[in-house]
Design a protein around this ligand. Structure first.
Ligand code: NDP
Ligand code: MG
Length: 389
């Protein structure tokens, strides 16, 4: 019988990759339910194609009259809190968290409490409250299977390499569209230039994150909470071709590399089939076609956000929550053309210096830090102390 899948954020880039995998394996998976935030057109197309049991629309501004009682077989739920109810439905086997931002935290927490297998794409959840999530997992039957390509690569490599033989794990990064731009021109880059990622096709927030390697910073923190390695053992290398996604170096000096075409269908399919293996080739890309693969060090002057992420990660507690929330607001401001690209890491730095870091046991403490960091950036903006374009 087909396994029931719930996609949170089906209208986005990872959401679409997940739908592609479901299309490729109609006998194995059934789209039981999904959410969109505001994209009702996409929601209607998905309902018509997949005939799921539930659709959840989370934006409070969504037009509730548009879908009405249009669908006989699909119930429509509204509001962010309905995600938390949705993920608990017993028939759901796997929840894919393909929604963007800290909005992923509460439904992921509920899915863990309900014992679901979670294909976790939403990296902001573990960055916001990694210690709390790991505590929950200790007392639950739930498992997280990473969908973020680097983490999925490391996860697969660690299934064949003994953890105590690992010297270091390496996450690869494309370096984004500004890898070779003269440093002095970074202050003038536009939103349009920033949204042109050289190798991956992703949503706007992660594309901006990637251009400054803040995405890699979020991923370093995510890797720390997923795999338990100290920050000293988590490295980053620039690999412009995005063919190698994760590398595990062992104590004997060997390196195990996971490689695939840069397409999210690979990690998504792995997470959906896990613990079984994906039974057919989704996209053939033989090693003989790869051409030259380059690996290079990260220039800290070009990507100051990465070092900030390491600092926040090592401080621990709510420092990563502050890093993430300040970044989310700063990226929104950049996309609205209210601050420059180079202001994003500066805003994060100021939030990390100003917002109190605590070491909570309960989720509320992490959510409070998230709230405080957002308020800090917004208030700074209102006081006009932020640099304007
Ligand atoms: P997109 O911007 O393409 O999609 C985001 C999804 O989240 C959409 O379905 C959107 O709905 C929904 N959404 C937006 N805001 C909210 C909210 N406040 N509450 C609930 N849902 C919301 O993002 P991506 O698919 O690129 O990324 C999704 C997540 O996966 C991110 O955490 C990202 O870091 C991570 N990731 C993405 C990768 C990629 O290749 N894209 C790779 C690895 C990780 P709507 O469109 O209807 O408004
Ligand atoms: Mg990634």
């Amino acid at each position: 019988m087909a396994r029931n899948v719930c996609i949170l954020g089906a209208s986005g880039s990872v959401g679409e990759s997940t739908l592609k995998v479901l299309r490729a394996f109609p006998e194995e998976f059934h789209l039981h339910s999904f959410s969109v935030h505001s994209n009702l057109e996409k929601a209607m197309k998905v309902v018509e194609e997949f005939q799921p049991e539930f659709l959840c629309i989370t934006s409070e501004f969504a037009d509730r009259t548009k879908l009405g009682s249009k669908y006989k077989n699909t119930s429509v739920l509204y509001g962010a809190s309905s995600l938390c109810e949705l993920v608990k439905i017993p028939e759901i086997e796997t929840v894919v968290t393909a929604l963007v931002g800290a909005a992923g935290v509460l439904p992921t927490v509920e899915a863990i409490k309900a014992g679901k297998k979670i294909g976790i794409a939403n990296k902001e959840t573990l960055v916001t409250c990694g210690p709390y999530i790991n505590h929950l997992l200790e007392n639950s039957n739930s498992i997280l299977v990473p969908v973020d390509s680097e983490h999925n690569a490391i996860y697969q490599l660690l299934s064949s390499v003994k953890k105590d033989s690992v010297e270091r794990i390496l996450l690869t990064a494309s370096g984004g569209p500004f890898r070779t731009l003269p440093l002095e021109e970074l202050s003038k880059v536009t939103v349009e230039q920033t949204l042109k990622h050289p190798t991956w096709n992703m949503g706007p927030k992660i594309t901006v994150d990637s251009a400054g390697m803040i995405n890699k910073g979020l991923e370093v923190i995510e890797a720390h909470y997923l795999f338990g390695f100290p920050y000293e053992k988590i490295g980053v290398t620039i690999h412009p071709q995005s063919i190698a996604h994760g590398i595990v170096e062992t104590k004997d000096g060997a390196s195990f590399v996971y490689s695939s075409y840069p397409d999210m269908i690979f990690p998504v399919a792995h997470s959906l089939f896990y613990p079984e293996t994906v039974p057919k080739v989704l996209r053939y890309y033989p090693a003989t076609d790869w051409g030259k693969l380059e690996f290079m060090d990260v220039d800290p002057e070009r990507y100051p956000g990465l070092a900030l992420a390491y600092e926040a990660g090592k401080v621990g507690g709510t420092a990563p929550s502050i890093f993430n929330a300040a970044n989310e607001v700063a990226v929104e401001l950049f996309l609205q053309k209210e601050v420059r690209f180079i202001d994003i890491p500066e805003l994060i730095r100021s939030a990390l210096e100003s917002v109190e870091v605590t070491y909570p046991v309960e989720l509320e403490g992490y959510l409070k830090a998230d709230f405080n960091a957002r308020e800090f950036i917004r208030n700074s903006r209102n006081k006009k102390v932020l640099p304007l374009c």
